[in-house]
Design a protein around this ligand. Structure first.
Ligand SMILES: [Zn+2]
Length: 376
């Protein structure tokens, strides 16, 4: 997990390396960008560097910038590095919503841990920043899903973000920076992470999942929107068969079958999140349903985007290469604007889910819209 292993995030990497080289590393950060692109890996790499007994310097091979600074990283061999790599270093404190279950107050332990509340922020972060580091060099707090820190908890954190003790570093990790208060954002150094290039995601998946066919690996890589974490989750949740069901529905749209198709999408959404509720008991049924439907909506949007690619002569970039015949039929049946209209309607339906519109109603409206103009 050396720092030079973080690929395609040279902007973030260079920014941190330059500050480190000048000994002017800020003490509070927001690492923001899509999930699964290396934010936590880079945060752990920086933590290793800060805690290492004898950091090393190497040439920056990954940066596109010719003037990029050399990469400083942990040596990987000292006791501190070994503890960081084993994720057992006593001076790296991960803060996450499920910590509520380890809170000393029984009433906090009993609550569902959907957000990072003020009790968790106070007990596991604010109250700990002034303690001397266990091994002497620094103390690092990594806050996962920082966009889930409640407003009250963010307010409780402001003073700490503004003036952390000299040996303390706080890194907030988030895929939705806009959900953090402006007052929180203004007290932190913002470090932006990019989506990863699809060929890089494809290459990684190829080494991790040799049992999958090249065609399936292509599909997972192209569907991941530049997130290795997202692609791995999709593979682990077996999302390709889900996509097959969604595409099957889309190629069978008709007024007459509408009620059955709505039911089919609601059932497919259940399958898409089947194990999620077990793995994360703090997620409510409504939230699980929303996550499931979003997965379906994105598959549908990608399907129509493929039809648009055919229309605009970009067939080489198709995501759903296994469905060329269906896609050509769709591309022939609809004109350019009609396809864009359908993609927009899907995006609108996804926004409605975020505004807590009833899931079934949302699916009924969307499938009704998509069916419009299809012969009965
Ligand atoms: Zn070391």
């Amino acid at each position: 997990m050396s720092l030079s292993n973080v690929k395609h995030q040279s902007r973030a990497q260079d920014m941190l390396q330059r500050a480190y080289a000048k000994d002017r590393l800020p003490h509070a950060y927001i690492f923001h960008g899509p999930d699964g692109v290396g934010k936590e890996t880079l945060a752990r790499g920086i933590s290793q560097l800060l805690l290492c007994d004898s950091p090393i310097e190497s040439e920056n091979e990954n940066s596109d910038d010719k003037t990029a600074p050399p990469v400083h990283s942990g040596c990987g061999n000292c006791e501190s590095c070994r503890l960081v790599l084993a994720e057992t270093h006593p001076d790296i404190h991960s803060v996450y919503r499920q910590l509520a279950r380890q809170h000393p107050k029984p009433e906090v332990r009993k609550r569902t841990a959907r957000d990072i509340g003020v009790d968790v922020i106070r007990h596991f972060l604010v109250d700990k920043v002034h303690l001397t580091p266990s091994r002497g060099k620094a103390k690092i707090f990594l806050v996962r899903e920082a966009d889930r820190i409640t407003r009250q908890a963010q307010n409780a954190l402001l003073k700490t973000l503004e003036e952390p003790p000299g040996t303390t570093y706080i890194i907030l990790l988030t895929a939705s920076i806009d959900r953090l208060l402006p007052t929180t954002q203004s007290r932190c150094q913002l470090v932006e992470f990019n989506a990863l290039p699809t060929p890089f995601v494809r290459e990684k998946l190829g080494t991790l999942y040799q049992q999958l066919t090249p065609q399936d690996l292509d599909w997972y890589a192209k569907n991941a929107s530049g997130s290795i974490g997202g692609a791995i989750e999709a593979i682990q949740r077996d999302r390709l068969p889900i996509a097959e069901r969604v595409i099957d529905t889309l190629s069978n749209l008709s007024e007459r079958k509408l009620a059955a198709l709505v039911k089919e999408w609601l059932n497919t959404s259940e399958s898409a999140t089947g194990t999620l509720r077990k793995e994360d008991p703090d997620i409510t049924d409504a939230e699980a349903k929303r996550i499931g439907l979003k997965i379906i909506f994105r598959i549908a949007a990608a399907y129509y985007a493929d039809a648009l690619r055919i229309k605009t002569g970009q067939s080489d970039d198709l995501i759903n290469t296994a469905h060329q015949a269906k896609l050509h039929t769709l591309a022939n049946a609809l004109n350019h604007d009609e396809i864009i209209d359908r993609i927009n309607r899907i995006a609108r339906a996804e926004n409605q889910l975020d505004r807590n519109i009833h899931a079934q109603l949302c699916v009924e409206t969307l499938l009704g819209d998509l069916t419009c103009g299809v012969p009965a």
